[in-house]
Unconditional design. Structure first.
Length: 269
């Protein structure tokens, strides 16, 4: 006897049990199979006589529905955000990959002007609602980049002299600077940022040319890696970048050694 699987499914979906939520993984469960038997006047003893072809067809149909639905569910997962840096020799180095971005507190940021502000580190953390890696005693400069609807897409934070070595020097105008230092910047991309902001992260935040890859440095305390490279083919200019809990950290060193840069990274608690 030949059985029309499509007809069986069609009839089974008309049953009372099928009027509610239909879960693909349960389409051919025991209740449905029972209805299929009733519709075709099949006795339980005769059900085992279905041809191998029919059984295979049922299995394939069920598997196809499940796989198809699983594919839809998977495609609904947020896209993978993959941050990279292109070196001078054309080699692209992966910095970070994740499908999670920070959910910035828009209410806290709504009334803040876009001008550059300077705030205490602790005050910045309180405003954002989460801690940052670094020394909390520092003063932090910050500004915002906004979406078309005026919501904040990116928060940019930086400390010009995060770590200094030696005595300060002075210009003729009296401005203070250091010949050996490490600059820290932190860029935070909101999960609802417009595509242009996202692409800036995915294609590499550092626009300076002449990058020469040094190594991937394992930060054991956080279970992540920092990408280290020289800037403008200058061995005295080392940059380290890494992403931790959605925050993109950049450490730019002037006249520091590789060991000094690693020491600063390890001390960012």
């Amino acid at each position: 006897m030949k059985y029309d699987i499509d007809e069986l499914l069609k009839e089974s979906f008309k049953s009372k049990e099928s009027q509610g939520e239909i879960r693909p993984s349960n389409i051919l469960n025991q209740d449905t199979i029972s209805k299929m038997r009733e519709i075709n006047n099949m006795k339980k003893s005769k059900f085992g006589k279905l041809s191998i072809f029919s059984k295979v067809a049922v299995g394939v149909a069920c598997a196809g529905l499940i796989v198809g639905t699983s594919t839809v569910a998977y495609s609904a997962i947020a896209k993978i955000y993959k941050y990279t840096i292109e070196m001078d020799d054309g080699v692209t180095v992966d910095v970070h990959s994740s499908n999670e971005l920070v959910d910035l507190p828009q209410d806290s940021l709504a009334d803040i002007d876009d001008m550059v502000l300077t705030m205490q580190w602790n005050a910045v953390e309180e405003m954002l609602g989460f801690p940052l890696l670094g020394e909390s005693g520092e003063m932090v400069n910050l500004t915002f980049e906004r979406n078309n609807d005026e919501s904040v897409a990116v928060v940019d934070l930086w400390v010009p002299y995060y770590k200094v070595y030696g005595e300060p020097m002075y210009t003729e105008e009296g401005d203070v600077y250091y010949s050996k230092y490490i600059r820290l910047s932190m860029d935070i991309l909101d999960k609802n940022a417009e595509s242009g902001y996202v692409e800036a992260f995915e294609e590499g935040k550092d626009a300076i040319g002449g990058k020469e890859f040094i190594e991937k440095y394992n930060i054991e305390d956080w279970g992540i890696e920092a990408t280290l490279y020289y800037v403008e083919n200058d061995k005295s200019r080392i940059t380290a970048v890494f992403v931790y809990e959605g925050v993109y950290y950049t450490l730019e060193g002037a006249n520091v050694t590789l060991e000094e840069m690693k020491e600063v990274i390890n001390n960012m608690k």
